[in-house]
Design a protein around this ligand. Structure first.
Ligand code: GLN
Length: 484
């Protein structure tokens, strides 16, 4: 889908400067975004709820503040979309599910509150695989989202709306969530930058929980600068999240002009062989060679295998999800089935009609894993692999400063390619899930194009709280790719 030259196709960094220089107004930026939404949203289906009226009101407010010469955040007036599992007060938060299709959030997530303090313009709530379970954007109750680069292909999931909106110019940036790859895989499929921060660096308060020990909120944008700008605004300690961290990770340090000489980059043949497409391997290797040419030291390291990681993940995730999703029972939130004869039937019918197939599959699996007979055997195996992965990654970061892998084993695929084969779908996350299990920060960057004309993604993983180093290396890579 071709993009026009309107303001909505520029970066947030550029728009922020233009606003300050009075080369455009916040209202003009928003109007370009909503014009595009009106033109192409019926093809893309990135949004579940569009908040145009509130957005334009906020944009006018920002313009007034600018005209009065008030000091503003660089994010002021920038149109940003929010994945629909993050609460925005007074607006529906559906999680892409029938069971929450009428739920209006009574409060703001901490990330939303922080963006409100930065005078951001919210464009609306973005589509996702139901309850963030999925890798392709095909599992939403509100219909599938399409890849704006080629409408026959999936945008990736579960943050399908957040990536499609940015790639299509229907938002300048967005917030997604990542439990096993849901920011990085779709960012890779749509040629964008997406960061999954360190566990605890960004508050999860107001994010509807999927698997609390693996869930993260993170930024999605067109460039590294934009991603860093959005990350700076949302990170930091929050007393409303018991797992939030107060570690100062020097996020305001300059990320430009980084000298990569002597930086140790870990690579593992496990992620450049079986199961990963050759064109992905070739392109990611080209980037690694570029870093080596500039003085980086490339080291072979022992990363956890994708199989171990997926095995641990698909025990931990359904176990936690079955417990987190128990609250959706037709009493406290959202949808309730119309027909039932007693309380038990009300629960059964509500959950039976309210949840989609993939969500039911995981709830059943999780309930089984946590049930009395299986608890010690299956769950213990998951914990075993989890501990193994964490200690393996600790060792890896004694030997190197960052790790590079592909973000996903392939480029985007066509619709209905994997919906009948859940295990094949789960394999899409083979490069990303171990990072969530270890709680490490990782970014996906565009790195070339596949034969189908769709983008390839490269993943940079760092030690806990190394986001700024990741941004510095990413910036260098971006300059290389853009040939600046
Ligand atoms: N695709 C993965 C899954 O379906 C990851 C989901 C996510 O990160 N929210 O579990």
């Amino acid at each position: 889908m071709s993009l026009n030259n309107n303001l909505n196709n520029l970066t947030a960094t550029k728009l922020s400067k233009m606003l300050r220089n009075k080369e455009c107004s916040a209202v003009e930026i928003s109007k370009d975004v909503f014009k595009t939404i009106n033109n192409i949203e019926k093809d893309i289906n990135a949004y579940i709820t569009i908040t145009e009226e509130d957005a334009l009101k906020k944009a006018r407010e920002v313009d007034e503040k600018i005209s009065k010469g008030e000091a503003l955040s660089p994010l002021a007036g920038i149109p940003i979309g929010i994945k629909d599992n993050i609460c925005l007060k007074g607006v529906k938060t559906t999680c892409g599910s029938k069971i929450l299709s009428n739920f209006v959030s009574p409060y703001d997530a901490t990330v939303v509150e922080r963006l409100k303090n930065n005078d951001v313009v919210f464009t609306g709530k973005l589509n996702l695989d139901e309850f963030a379970m999925g890798s392709s954007g095909e599992y939403s109750y509100f219909g599938k989202t399409k890849n704006p680069i080629n409408l026959e292909y999936v945008p990736g999931g579960s943050s399908s709306g957040p990536v499609a909106a940015v790639a299509a110019g229907e938002a300048i940036m967005s917030l997604g969530s990542d439990t096993g790859g849901s920011i990085r895989v779709p960012a890779a499929f749509c040629g964008l930058v997406g960061l999954k921060p360190t566990y605890g660096a960004v508050s999860r308060y107001g994010l509807v929980a999927l698997a609390s020990s693996l869930d993260h909120i993170g930024p999605i944008a067109k460039t590294v600068d934009d991603t860093a700008m959005l990350y700076r605004a949302i990170c930091g300690f929050d007393q409303k999240d018991a797992t939030s961290s107060s570690i100062d990770h020097k996020i305001n340090e300059d990320i430009n002009n980084f000298n990569i000489k002597g930086l140790r980059i870990g690579v593992s043949q496990k992620y450049f062989g079986n199961g990963v497409d050759k064109e992905v391997v070739d392109n990611v290797k080209k980037s690694i060679k570029m870093f080596e040419d500039q003085g980086a030291i490339i080291k072979e390291v022992e990363l956890p295998s994708g199989e171990d990681a997926l095995a641990a993940y698909h025990i931990m995730l359904p176990a936690e999800a079955s417990s987190n999703l128990a609250r959706f029972d037709g009493v406290k939130y959202g949808f309730r089935a119309k027909e039932y004869n007693n309380l038990e039937e009300m629960y059964e019918n509500t959950r039976g009609e309210g949840f989609g197939q993939e969500v039911k599959r995981r709830i059943i699996l999780g309930t089984f894993i946590l049930s009395a007979q299986s608890d010690s055997s299956i769950y213990a195996k998951g914990r075993f692999f989890q501990k193994k992965i964490i200690s393996q990654m600790k060792k890896v970061f004694e030997q190197c400063d960052i790790v590079i892998t592909p973000s996903a084993p392939s480029t985007a695929f066509k619709f209905d390619n994997m919906t009948n084969d859940p295990v094949k779908m789960y394999m899409n996350d083979m490069c990303t899930v171990f990072v969530n299990i270890a709680g490490l920060p990782a970014i996906s960057l565009p790195c070339g194009t596949g034969q189908n004309g769709l983008p390839i993604g490269l993943q940079i993983i760092g030690p806990h709280f190394s986001e700024n180093l990741i941004f510095k290396v990413s910036k260098l890579h971006e300059n290389f790719i853009l040939n600046i």
